[in-house]
Ligand binder design. Structure first.
Ligand SMILES: Nc1ncnc2c1ncn2[C@@H]1O[C@H](COP(=O)(O)OP(=O)(O)O)[C@@H](O)[C@H]1O
Ligand SMILES: NC(=O)OP(=O)(O)O
Length: 322
């Protein structure tokens, strides 16, 4: 049996065109968890991580709109809040599904901090898109209501607020994650990439940023020796020339090919770029299989019929789930 780390994108939990009601998020989580529960039922050891881009950004919008009456919190606290909200929904969903299958197993979520470098240049160059997608017109309206904020155009889907996204160097609660796994629990952790903290004189302190959950997931996958890293997102496959008439979807690529395409600028920062960089990080650290796909194609991807598999070299091209 294998150790699986499955990262669910925040945009898979609040999908394009959705407002982000709890009913919508519950349905999306339910769909995401079905194949995850299959893996748990097959006896695999499973760690689930999740994004929080839409959710933490929505909290920030809400907070700005009510700032006259309720004090705003720092961004790390909204990150912690999103871990609680989403962790709760995911752990309840997985535990209920396991119970329906007659399995006496549970999922638990862990509030998790990740250490970042206080001098990371990312603090001066925000790149992480969060919150709602704006049109140019609604962006002007948002500026008028909440004050101007840095933004980017996000993969043809609209404009989004961007915040700093430093690189995580350490999972603070790694030993706790391993202890929970050893108790046969499914662990939901590093939600939203983990709450970013810096160390000062042996003390941890939250910083205002949103860590990329793909980087945090790759770091954790390497540290716990995961056999497979699954990155679930809005597309079934990674593509080159994405969104252009000559778009080509990729079935399987080696580490060197992934580095080549990344250097060609095929994967934008803030969307597919971090996923590929995270895959490269995991493979360079001894990881064997990364699968990038959408929730609905996970089952096909496991059978080698969909998704993009990233593997160390051409000799490892024919991997199937072990
Ligand atoms: N080269 C590419 N291949 C596939 N998708 C791409 C590519 N470049 C950008 N994208 C976009 O990036 C999105 C994934 O990023 P994002 O939605 O930010 O991730 P998350 O699912 O973690 O929230 C895809 O759904 C797709 O719209
Ligand atoms: N924190 C994070 O990476 O969230 P998304 O996956 O939603 O972008």
């Amino acid at each position: 049996m294998s150790k699986m780390l499955i990262a669910i994108g925040g945009n898979a939990i609040i999908q394009e065109g959705q407002k982000g009601t709890i009913a919508e998020q519950k349905v999306n989580i339910l769909t995401s968890c079905e194949p995850i529960v299959d893996m748990i039922a097959q006896g695999h050891q499973v760690v689930v991580t999740h994004g929080n881009g839409p959710q933490v950004g929505n909290s920030l919008v809400k907070a700005k709109m009510s700032a006259d009456v309720i004090p705003m919190f720092p961004l790390d606290v909204y990150g912690a809040e999103s871990q609680g909200n989403l962790g709760y929904l995911i752990q309840q969903t997985i535990t209920n599904m396991l119970a329906r299958r007659g399995l006496d197993k549970k999922a638990v979520s862990l509030v998790t901090q990740v250490q970042v470098d206080a001098d990371d240049p990312a603090f001066n160059h925000p790149t992480k898109p969060i919150g709602p997608f704006y049109t140019k017109e609604s962006l002007d309206k948002a500026f008028a209501e909440a004050g101007a904020f840095p933004y980017v155009e996000d993969s043809g889907r609209g404009y989004r607020h961007v915040v700093p996204s430093p690189i995580p160097s350490k999972i603070v609660e790694k030993e706790a994650i391993e202890a929970l796994l050893s108790q046969d629990l499914t662990v939901i952790t590093v939600g939203g990439g983990g709450i970013p903290v810096v160390e000062e004189n042996g003390q941890l302190k939250g910083v205002e940023a949103v860590v990329d959950k793909d980087f945090a997931s790759a770091l954790l996958a390497a540290e716990i020796g995961a056999d497979y890293l699954f990155i679930l997102t809005g597309v079934a496959q990674v593509a080159v020339n994405f969104g252009k008439p000559d778009q080509k979807n990729l079935d399987r690529i080696t580490l060197d090919e992934a580095i080549g395409y990344l250097n060609e600028g095929q994967f934008p920062k803030g969307s597919m770029g971090p996923k590929i960089e995270a895959a490269i990080l995991f493979l360079k650290n001894g990881g064997k299989n990364v699968i990038i796909t959408s929730i609905d194609k996970l089952q096909d991807a496991l059978e080698g019929k969909s998704g993009t598999w990233l593997v160390p070299n051409a000799d490892s091209m024919n991997h199937k789930l072990a």
